[in-house]
Unconditional design. Structure first.
Length: 249
């Protein structure tokens, strides 16, 4: 595996009986790149992310993370190995503050089972990490705000902050711009452009304007299979992609 390829899926398939959700898909995630995966609903995008994250087992194929075969690893083990993900729907602790949500995520990375006599909530390392990732995600002034009271866009930012709190090298982001207004979308685009310098990022997104602005490489799925992959201009000009997804633009 090339040193800048942090994660690779090789000929990945997932099927349930006769239903094929992902059909021999290969993808490489490189440090310094945003790799977008696009396709219509039911194309297999979220299933592919779930395979890479370890939430689903592959029916066939191989997954490598930092050069290791992690095909049989559980989701928590892949997370400890440097994989972070956000979800299509928010997975927050709505009754807790922004700071506490980020601290809990950082605590998952820095587990100290032998320090039973200390309150985990007072650990300065995790608190410092929580403040840093909240600020990086644009929530530094909202540390004490209850997560459930945030706007939808702010909740998406918080979920990304929680992801960063686990110190991942690979980010799997499932529709991070969904429901965001123009201002917050611009902030997230700038943040992803900054993050890609020391991360490999896979982005599943329906906002095509955002995709073509931020992606370095795009893979298009249809019926679980790859129909095109390449640089954004190459994909945009692909006749099959135009006919099946971009509406002949």
């Amino acid at each position: 595996m090339s040193s800048d390829v942090l994660m690779r899926g090789l000929e990945l398939s997932r099927h349930w009986g006769g239903l094929v959700a992902v059909d021999r898909v290969s993808v490489e995630l490189r440090q310094g790149e945003v790799h977008a995966v696009i396709g219509t609903n039911g194309a297999g995008k979220s299933t592919l992310v779930n395979l890479l994250a370890g939430e689903l087992r592959v029916s066939a194929g191989k997954i490598e993370l930092s050069g290791q075969d992690v095909s049989g690893w559980t989701q928590p083990r892949r997370a400890r190995g440097g994989l972070g993900r956000s979800y299509q729907h928010n997975t927050l602790f709505p009754a807790f503050s922004v700071l506490e949500n980020c601290r809990l995520a950082a605590q998952a990375r820095r587990q100290r089972p032998f320090a039973w006599w200390r309150r985990a909530s007072s650990d300065e390392v995790t608190l410092r990490t929580a403040r840093e990732v909240a600020a990086r995600a644009g929530l530094g002034s909202m540390l004490e705000r209850t997560a459930g009271l945030l706007s939808h866009g702010q909740k998406r930012q918080l979920e990304l902050a929680m992801c960063l709190a686990t110190a991942p090298r690979v980010l799997l982001l499932d529709e991070p711009f969904a429901g965001m207004g123009a201002e917050r979308t611009e902030y997230m685009l700038a943040l992803l452009a900054e993050l890609k310098s020391d991360h490999a990022i896979l982005l599943v997104e329906h906002d095509m304007d955002a995709v073509f602005r931020i992606a370095d490489r795009i893979t298009v799925l249809a019926n679980g299979a790859v129909v095109a992959t390449g640089a954004p201009l190459e994909v945009r000009n692909n006749a099959v992609v135009q006919a099946t997804y971009l509406g002949g633009e």
